[in-house]
Design a protein around this ligand. Structure first.
Ligand SMILES: [Zn+2]
Length: 371
């Protein structure tokens, strides 16, 4: 199902020595250490911790005999647990890097349906469009916020975008709700995502989408409504979805929608100036590489350069692979960009949003660093 059709295909330059050298060195790393690229015990233990975290927080919010304010506070770790499962379990499983067993990968990938999003639509949007065409305007749906935001030079500017660096954080909090109740159904109905045609789910894919939504609705609304007034249940849901949405959006945005990342475009013949691997490095930024707790929680998504180059390798290997990638980039004179801290990345995203929110003429007059 995964070949983007419809709009003219973007063509990268042929793979060159950079990608070949990288692959040889990473293969040599696994041969030398004897480690498996997929199916690490660290991943399985992590999954148990994250699902236990989710179950505990859910139990406090819904079942436990605790004061109301404790129930309300527990919504925050519940939302963070949902995002954590998305980062560390669903994302790897969707790329087939969680386990060596493809059926087990698919089973864990359904964790996204359990959390309210369609794994079928994600695979097309993330694996196919985003990973192939990272930061190429009109092809990467992750930089398409429609009228609500402007994330690339070629996108239409409206007056409200001048304030996007302020209001976009609230929108990130609403992403989950929109995703759960609108996006997947709209994409299914339209059979397209942005400018791209998406094959509609059929057979077991359609069943999984429907059953996933029903399970999600049961967990979020039906079961809690036996214990609490539906008004409180809706409030719990909105708060958890807000926390989850902000966490998901910020972590994914820090890798691409920051001042340091490139947004290259194809020429009139739809050819890119670089090969695919170089493109992934130029359009992606790592952040907080030395923050081990953050690296654990975000499922290695702070090493997105490595993830974009090697999505089929389990994320627990990214810190080690990053050394190889950085050295190889230096040898080939390809800029390897790292934001030292998480909040440095947040500030860069804020400045990026502010610059893109200015009118195109005003933005063009200002150098990026002072924007
Ligand atoms: Zn990915």
């Amino acid at each position: 199902m995964q070949s983007p059709s419809d709009s003219p295909a973007v063509k990268f330059s042929p793979h060159g020595d950079f990608r070949r050298t990288l692959r040889e060195r990473v293969d040599a790393y696994f041969a030398r250490t004897g480690l498996e690229p997929r199916g690490q015990w660290a991943m399985y233990i992590k999954s148990v911790v994250l699902f236990a975290w989710f179950g505990l927080a859910y139990s406090i919010v819904v079942f436990a005999p605790v004061p109301f304010f404790v129930r309300l506070l527990a919504v925050i770790p519940l939302g963070l647990a949902g995002a954590g499962i998305g980062f560390s379990v669903m994302h790897d499983a969707g790329h087939g890097s969680y386990s060596k067993n493809s059926k087990f990968n698919q089973l864990m990938f359904y964790s996204l349906d359990f959390l309210g999003g369609s794994s079928y639509v994600w695979r097309f949007k993330h694996n196919t469009l985003h990973h192939t065409y990272a930061n190429i305007e009109g092809h990467d749906d992750d930089i398409n916020m429609g009228i609500l935001g402007r994330l690339a030079e070629g996108q239409r500017h409206v007056a409200a975008h001048r304030f996007q660096h302020i209001y976009v954080w609230f929108l990130y909090g609403m992403i989950g709700v929109k995703w759960h109740f609108y996006d997947d159904f709209a994409t299914w109905y339209a059979g397209r995502l942005g400018d791209r045609e998406m094959p509609r789910p059929r057979g077991k894919d359609a069943v999984a989408l429907i059953v996933g939504k029903l399970v999600f609705l049961s967990v979020c609304f039906v079961i809690p409504s036996f214990f609490h007034h539906i008004g409180w249940v809706i409030l719990f849901y909105l708060m958890a979805a807000f926390v989850e949405g902000v966490a998901l959006a910020v972590v994914f945005q820090l890798a691409h929608c920051v001042e340091e990342a490139d947004f290259p475009l194809p020429d009139e013949a739809m050819r890119m100036q670089t090969d695919w691997a170089t493109h992934q490095v130029l359009t992606t930024v790592d952040f907080a590489p030395n923050n081990r707790l953050l690296s654990w929680y975000v499922g290695g998504l702070n090493f997105q350069i490595e993830h974009h180059l090697f999505p089929k390798i389990t994320h627990v290997h990214y810190p080690a692979i990053a050394e190889i990638v950085r050295e190889t980039c230096n040898e080939f004179a390809i800029p390897y960009r790292v934001q030292p801290t998480f909040f440095g990345g947040v500030r860069s995203h804020y400045r990026f949003l502010r610059r893109m929110g200015r009118t195109p003429e005003a933005g063009a007059l200002l150098p990026a660093a002072s924007a």
